[in-house]
Structure formats: structure tokens, C-alpha cells
Design a protein around this ligand. Structure first.
Ligand code: MG
Length: 391
């Protein structure tokens, strides 16, 4: 990697929410290689306090926070000789997001990221959104905040980053549809019977992408793509019927935009999150990331075919939740988070994940959510129902 000078006079200041996850670590890899361009001001982690400690020692931010309060005393003690403010809990995350920075990488996993990410909109110019659950659970409210705070919202998710790159230079009114590509996950070619016996180990092995456990399971059920449909709806403001999903096992075409004249533009790249992360960090310029260039001499083939809704009902559950609006997407997200967690703890079988989500969507009455507090209480209520579900 070669150092880039976005602004030779001042460094771009960065906060990373969720710095110990896969997106957070990849962001720090890019910053590490470009010390003249970026300065880390704040880091937060869920519970991986040792990794957070090592990151703090290396990048010397002004402030850090760990979500798990039990880990605070150890962290505070270890950093007592350094001039780094240490915070904990939800309040600590909010304190961190009050700090003014140029760029926030919002990469907390799950609805846990909702409050800090919304709060971060008040104190940054640009926010890279990698926390898709925020947009699924509270998309309308989140986007309203983005508009009110006049923040540049840049999608980090590779599919949305691809669409953003294409639309950035095009007339949005000429778009007939956007097409999200999906690898199909580890069970792309499996029968329902095979999926019913799937172990956590099998579900965690993604064919193309290296990701954290939650999103890996979401890819195995294809709920990840269902969430990405809702994410695209909010970020790009296209109606649901203008957003399609296509299976593309190679994960090289990261998404496509089709125009009224029949032209389709795509963004291609190796399946490595460093490319979309670097795009958001450097935007509106670009930075050098040589190791990620494609080798077109290696006989690349690109395949596309339609998704199988019978084997992957998550896609329709997500689309129907988006169409229903109100609390449906919030229930979808919270039920999925609990179900994935129960599957990872070997408490339920793979196909039970979808059964739990369907049960929650069918048993919790429809309501409209007017504010974030209402979203959070619906999230909590759904978690209780999903936790109690049994075969
Ligand atoms: Mg994605």
C-alpha cells in the first residue's frame, strides 16, 4: 500500500465504532498504511477488551469505550499511564460519539449500534455505514437524521458501495432498477434436507468472504441479502419493486445498476472489504490499494442466476417486512439477531432461525414506530418472544 495525501495540510480525523470486528480491523489496516493521511481519534468495542487495548496503544486515540462494563476496570488500569480517556457502557459509547471528527466508521454489529450511530451523525461530516442492522431496524428514522444533520452517508457494504460508485456519476432519474448480487452463501447448492442438518461450523464457512460470525450465518440463510434489500431501499431511495437480487457465486460483480436505455453498469473487484472501506475513507477522492487489483488473465468467469425462494425464504420475509413497514423490519432484525445467537450457541437448528423470525412477525401486532425509543422497546419485546420460542 502506498501512502495517500487526501489533504496534505491536515489529516482526516476518524472514529471507529466497533473497531475490533472485521470491518473495524480492516479500517485500521488501511489507516496504519497511511499515517500521513488519517488520525484515529476514537475507538469502541463490544467486549474484546484486549484487542481494543492493543489498538489504543498503537493508534493513541483521544477516547475509547468498551460496551461491556465488566471489562472497564481492566482496561482503565492498563491504560492508566497514557493520556487516553476510557469510557464504558451505552453511555460511554454516546460520549465517544459526541467527539467531533471528519469521518465515522459505523461498524458495530446489530441493533446495539443504533443509538451510538445515530448520535454520531451529530458530530461528523461523513459517516461510513457498515452497520446494516441500523437501517433495517430504524431505516426511516435513521435517514431522517442523516438529512437533518446534513451528513454524507457512504455505504461500506460492498453491494451498496458498488451502487453508490455507479450512481455517483450518473443521473439517478434514468435508473430502471438496481440489482444486488449475492454469492448464495455456503448452502447455495444444498437441499433443504441438507440444510436441516447443517452444523454451526458448516454455516460459518463462507465461500468467498472472510467475515464475523453473525453476518456469516446471515449469509448462510440469505437474510443478509434480505437486509441488504432494505438497506438499499433506504440509502438510495428507490421503491422496493426497483430492487432485484441475483445470485452471482464468484462475488466479483458487487452489484449492478440498469438504466432505461438497456445499459447496465457494474462495479467489479476482488471479494475484499478493504476496497469499499478505502473508497469511503478517501471519498470523494480515491486512494491506492494496489494489492486488490483484479487479475483478468486468470480465466475469470462470471455467472448469474435467480435466487431460490423456496430454499431461502429469508429473502421474501425481508421484502414483505419492507412492504409492510411499521414495526415489521424492526421485528425481522431483532428476531434474526436472537435466532442467529441461539443457533451459534447450538440451542436451535439451522432451519429454526427462519421459524423464529416467522413466529415473531406473525405473533407481534403491527404498529407504527415514531421514535428511536419506540424502536428500542419493540426490539426488546421481540427479543423476549424470540428467546422463548421452542420447537
Ligand atoms: Mg454485503
Amino acid at each position: 500500500m502506498v501512502a495517500n495525501r487526501i489533504n496534505p495540510k491536515t489529516k482526516k480525523t476518524i472514529s471507529i465504532l466497533g473497531s475490533t470486528g472485521s470491518i473495524g480491523q480492516a479500517t485500521l489496516d488501511i489507516i496504519r498504511a497511511n499515517p500521513d493521511t488519517f488520525k484515529v481519534k476514537a475507538l469502541t468495542a463490544g467486549a474484546d477488551v484486549e484487542k481494543l487495548y492493543n489498538q489504543a496503544i498503537e493508534f493513541k486515540p483521544e477516547i475509547i469505550a468498551v460496551s461491556d462494563k465488566d471489562k472497564y476496570p481492566w482496561l482503565k488500569d492498563k491504560l492508566s499511564d497514557l493520556d487516553i480517556k476510557v469510557e464504558a457502557g451505552v453511555k460511554g459509547l454516546i460520549t465517544v460519539t459526541n467527539l467531533s471528527v471528519d469521518f465515522v466508521m459505523a461498524s458495530i454489529v446489530g441493533a446495539a449500534g443504533l443509538l451510538p450511530t445515530i448520535n454520531a451523525l451529530k458530530s461528523c461530516n461523513t459517516l461510513g455505514i457498515a452497520n446494516k442492522e441500523c437501517l433495517v431496524s430504524a431505516g426511516d428514522l435513521f435517514m431522517k437524521s442523516v438529512t437533518e444533520q446534513k451528513v454524507n452517508l457512504l455505504p461500506v457494504d460492498s453491494e451498496h458501495n458498488a451502487i453508490f460508485q455507479v450512481l455517483d456519476r450518473q443521473n439517478k432519474d434514468s435508473v430502471s432498477r438496481i440489482i444486488l448480487t449475492a454469492s448464495g452463501g455456503p448452502f447455495r447448492s444444498c437441499t433443504i434436507d441438507e440444510m436441516s442438518r447443517a452444523t454451526t461450523k458448516e454455516a460459518l464457512i463462507h465461500p468467498n468472504w472472510k467475515m464475523g460470525p453473525k453476518i456469516s450465518i446471515d449469509s448462510a440463510t440469505m437474510m443478509n441479502k434480505g437486509f441488504e434489500l432494505i438497506e438499499a431501499y433506504h440509502i438510495f431511495d428507490f421503491s422496493e419493486d426497483k430492487i432485484d437480487i441475483v445470485i452471482h457465486p464468484e462475488s466479483i460483480v458487487h452489484s449492478l445498476v440498469e438504466f432505461f436505455d438497456g445499459s447496465t453498469l457494474a462495479q467489479l473487484g476482488t471479494p475484499d472489504m478493504k476496497t469499499p472501506i478505502a473508497y469511503t475513507l478517501a471519498w470523494p477522492k480515491r486512494m491506492v490499494l494496489k494489492e486488490n487489483s483484479m487479475d483478468f488473465n486468470s480465466h475469470i468467469s462470471l455467472n448469474f442466476y435467480p435466487p431460490d425462494h423456496q430454499r431461502f425464504p429469508a429473502l421474501n420475509l425481508a421484502r414483505e417486512s419492507l412492504k409492510a413497514g411499521g414495526n415489521a423490519p424492526t421485528i425481522l432484525n431483532a428476531a434474526n439477531e436472537v435466532a442467529v445467537d441461539r443457533f451459534l450457541k447450538k440451542d436451535i437448528k439451522f432451519l429454526d432461525i427462519i421459524k423464529i423470525i416467522e413466529y415473531c412477525l406473525n405473533s407481534i401486532p403491527f404498529t407504527v414506530l415514531n421514535d428511536i425509543e419506540h424502536v428500542l422497546s419493540m426490539d426488546e419485546e421481540t427479543r423476549k418472544v424470540a428467546q422463548l420460542w421452542s420447537v
